[in-house]
Design a protein around this ligand. Sequence first.
Ligand SMILES: *[C@@H]1O[C@H](CO)[C@@H](O)[C@H](O)[C@H]1NC(C)=O
Length: 356
Amino acid sequence: MAHLTLLLVMIFASATLSDLLIKDNAWHAWKEYYNKIYASDDEESLRYSIWINNLKMINQHNSDKSKSFTMEMNHLGDMTIKEVHLMLNGYNRMKETKSHGSDAVTFLPPSNVVLPKEVDWRTKGYVTPVKNQGQCGSCWAFSATGSLEGQHFKKTGKLVSLSEQNLVDCSLKFGNYGCDGGWMVRAFRYINANGGIDTEASYPYVGADEKCHFNKSDVGADDTGYVTVKSGDEDALKMAVGTVGPISVAIDAGHSSFAFYNGGVYVEPDCSTTFLDHGVLAVGYGTTEEGQDYWLVKNRLVISFRPSKCPVAVGEQAGEWKATSKWQETSTTCVELLPMQAILWFEGTLGDYELP
Ligand SMILES: *[C@@H]1O[C@H](CO)[C@@H](O)[C@H](O)[C@H]1NC(C)=O
């Protein structure tokens, strides 16, 4: 009798899930909006159960007013955090600090410097718009170009967007793995040995591994080397960001809170200070009105699909777009429906980085 009851419950439970799936208009709207097509009903059931769990988690988070940031459903909604992680985060963490190489010099904070309370290099012209990484584990390349773009601007007064694809295709000999991941310092070493990096315009991003076609006559910037900031030393990082410019950093992005981040000061209690999987760019720091210290971090967009009805513009306005995608509702404005990972500029926690 006990067995029968259990069996009935199980049948009822699974019927409820597919009933829910069929009736759930939000699910169908989300699926349609993001062009999700599943191979079978079983696959759809599985994806639906993941999606509904993510949605519950997001709603629960957002209803907690003590949180300093909000989350939002996006195109990653039908994936587990493990799957998201495998798809997007390409910063390969090496054991200890071997990845820095023997040529690495440690940053010595200048003495007698009074740091500003707030720094935002975007407002000083050091930072290019947020770029689209697509489905390629090339975050390390975006982080590297970001810091060199800043230093190039500092030196020449010209903001030149530099080619991530050049790094993806051509720095394999320096130990990077293209779309399968890499390290910012290895990108800097490649650029130095190569005699420069091409401009974004001459060597555009395709988001897949290609044959290297670097062309010396299209070089947009060069580096003479790099300096590392002591891992875990936030005062040194603050000094570096405050006096040098945007700095390449690595963070632990392997959490649902990151995948569905929407806005505010990102705080993840489970963030690791040693297991770092994502390269980004620290472009400033400050303190909120509530007294919370933050790092201002440039991340990348992840647009890997295009809704059929709306042209997707990537680039100029990217940094302006607030994550207001209202996929539950029908809307005709493309900007509101812009599909993207909700992270544009975000303010990170203190303490989760390694340099460069
Ligand atoms: C390199 O770029 C220059 C200028 O854009 C062009 O004239 C030349 O043909 C290019 N070389 C190759 C090998 O593509």
